[in-house]
Ligand binder design. Structure first.
Ligand code: AP5
Ligand code: MG
Length: 190
């Protein structure tokens, strides 16, 4: 069975952390648009500098750029078991594009997991991470901006997946193992 998981949630909700556990257990290919963008940013190419100008402000990188980047990666990192999409889709336009991209490759999203974490805990986690992460967007001002953008531009993606009957809430607080246990219960019931 091919398993395509969209892992969704606010900045700091644990998407990256839980993706790593999911990859280990189910052998999926991890596609994190944040990681892909940061890799490009580090090259200091013109594209990397452009990407950095969005990330550093807590803004979303334009849809066209993200969508074409992801389409390329889908073809270079082929997976028989499926993918975990982390940090993508982040706008309704991206969700629609993902549906088309997967359909063109005879695939579809199997489940969308929405990690629910309170705002106070998100800020606390990201400030702590900022001490060691070196991420240019892990500072108080940019964290607040990221959360605001999440509410205005990204939260509507959940309605898209609700309509598709794929949105599933996961309580995103507690230990990392407890949260992963909740995810496994949902995936194993598919
Ligand atoms: P992206 O890299 O996707 O960042 P994000 O969504 O802001 O989320 P994070 O990666 O900060 O958090 P996470 O949910 O992965 O949590 P994590 O597991 O790390 O995007 C960055 C930027 O890139 C965007 O702002 C945008 O500019 C751009 N971008 C990316 N994708 C884009 C797209 N599709 N379209 C447009 N622009 C895009 O956990 C956070 C911390 O909490 C860690 O320190 C972790 O150790 C800790 N933690 C995890 N679980 C727990 C727990 N249970 N208890 C306590 N601590 C925990
Ligand atoms: Mg992440």
């Amino acid at each position: 069975m091919v398993l395509n998981v969209v892992i969704f949630g606010a900045p700091g909700s644990g998407k990256g952390t839980q993706s790593a556990f999911i990859v280990e257990k189910y052998g999926l290919e991890h596609l994190s648009t944040g990681d892909l963008l940061r890799t490009e940013q580090q090259t200091q190419s013109d594209l990397g500098k452009l990407i950095g100008s969005y990330i550093n402000q807590g803004n979303l990188v334009p849809d066209e750029l993200i969508i074409s980047m992801l389409a390329k990666v889908l073809d270079t990192r082929k997976s028989k078991k499926g993918y975990i999409f982390d940090g993508f889709p982040r706008t309704t336009a991206q969700a629609e594009a993902l549906k088309v991209m997967l359909a063109e490759r005879n695939m579809k999203v199997s489940i969308m997991l929405d990690l629910n974490v309170t705002e106070a805990e998100l800020i606390d986690r990201l400030l702590k991470r900022g001490v060691t992460s070196g991420r240019s967007d892990d500072n108080f001002e940019t964290i607040q901006k990221r959360i605001q953008i999440y509410h205005t531009k990204t939260a509507p993606v959940k309605d898209f997946y609700k309509k598709e009957g794929l949105a599933t809430d996961i309580l995103g607080t507690g230990t990392m193992d407890e949260i992963f246990g909740r995810i496994v219960t949902v995936i194993d019931a598919l």
